[in-house]
Design a protein around this ligand. Sequence first.
Ligand code: SAM
Length: 488
Amino acid sequence: MATGIPRTKWQSAPHHIQPNGLNSGNTDVHLSYEGKKPELEILNTPPANLRQLWPSNAGHVTPNRLYYGDNLPILAALAQDGSVRGHVRVVYIDPPYATRSVFQSRNQTDAYMDLLEGAHYLEFLRERLILLRALLADDGSIYVHLDDNMVFLVKAVMDEVFGRANFRNWITRKKCNPKNYTRKTFGNVADYILFYTKTENYVWHRPVEPRTEARAAKEYQYVEPGTGRRYKKVPVHAPGVRNGETGKPWRGKNPPPGKHWQYPPRVLDEMDARGEIYWSPTGNPRRKIYFDQSQGVPVQDIWLEYRDAHNQNIEVSGYPTEKNPAMLQRIIEASSNPGDLVLDCFSGSGTTLNMASHTGRRWIGMDNSREAISATLRRFAKGLEPMGNFASKLESAEREEESEDTLSLFGPEETAKPSPAKTDRHHAITDFALIAQEPGADDLADAVGQWLEWKGESRIMQFREETVPYKTGKPQKLHRAKRRKQRR
Ligand SMILES: C[S@@+](CC[C@H](N)C(=O)[O-])C[C@H]1O[C@@H](n2cnc3c(N)ncnc32)[C@H](O)[C@@H]1O
């Protein structure tokens, strides 16, 4: 087991220390590439010119906002908004992955392009990360979802932006079913989520998974005579030598070499009196951990149960690369409290926004794809749809072929999590403002018209005349935009 001991306990002569000492000087690592801008220049990005498209009543106050446009100037606008800057508790982003691909929805509509590469890609993401850091609360967290194309370099960028000390996890997610048609490589079923916090004091609710009956019986093998309680035995000592009480003999027994007791003798006596210590026939103490007191298995950094929606045949929005809603629920609940502000500036079909709303959080979403905004409005109004509703005949044939090629390697422990929205009745999400970057607001006329129809509002409204400029500028309070006469 690779458990280190404190450096002060090292007794041998240090044999590869440099003449001027180990790690002397600055040990930070910096990436260098063409086009890397100074941080200050990025923080001074000119803010977007914005227009509120819905509701047309600018006085309508809601903290939830869906922005249409390039997220860089919109983030810059939010960085000037005192109600947002420093108040975002959790950011999840699922940006393009530098795949050199273009993506269409399941209904064949163009959704978005993912064509930036190398240094251009890295700087595109770094600019957004620097602004996102400014928006995060001091106890906030950020999760960045990527695949193996760029995750390594983005990790180095995030170490620079957020500080190496604020790196928490590199989560591996199983994204799809194993495939039989892998060429001369191992099959790729993983993508990754980098988890950082802004500081070392951050909101954290450790997620746990309930133990299955089978696992409980295997792990908690012993049954206590008399009570019938199921338990397991664990050591009552821990690594490292201590000179205090926990390093002294207890009941005449020293802790094993290189170890100390986990508790002072007084506490161990109390535990023993409660029957929580097991004594082996040779007189060695072990702690009893009872199944009925277990809160479940703490979640680790490999996530097997959140395959993408279309890989589970669960309900989907039809937007390409949409993520599993249950995975977003886990992230949001682990790193925020009800009422907190959640932000996703590559929000696609609105998975994060939907789950923020579902878990009682406030939210801000952004996307520069018209199809993404339409998919989000459709999801808000009507919920998700069964997978088959989107599939063309060709796709069905492809899927049949694919399923023949799909190995079923899922054990009972890693069965997929259905979307929480699937089991619950859909509740339309209407408490938000739709805001667009100018120029470009007109592109959304059809999507807004459709939304109004779903809401039973008149579609006759003059799209332009009914919308109002939206300012997130300096002393601006939430949604206090003035109504001005529009010029076409
Ligand atoms: C991988 S998809 C996100 C999918 C999303 N997680 C979901 O569950 O539906 C990436 C999204 O980033 C958006 N995007 C790319 N560049 C952008 C930019 N500069 N500003 C705003 N959105 C952008 C794309 O339109 C696309 O919808």
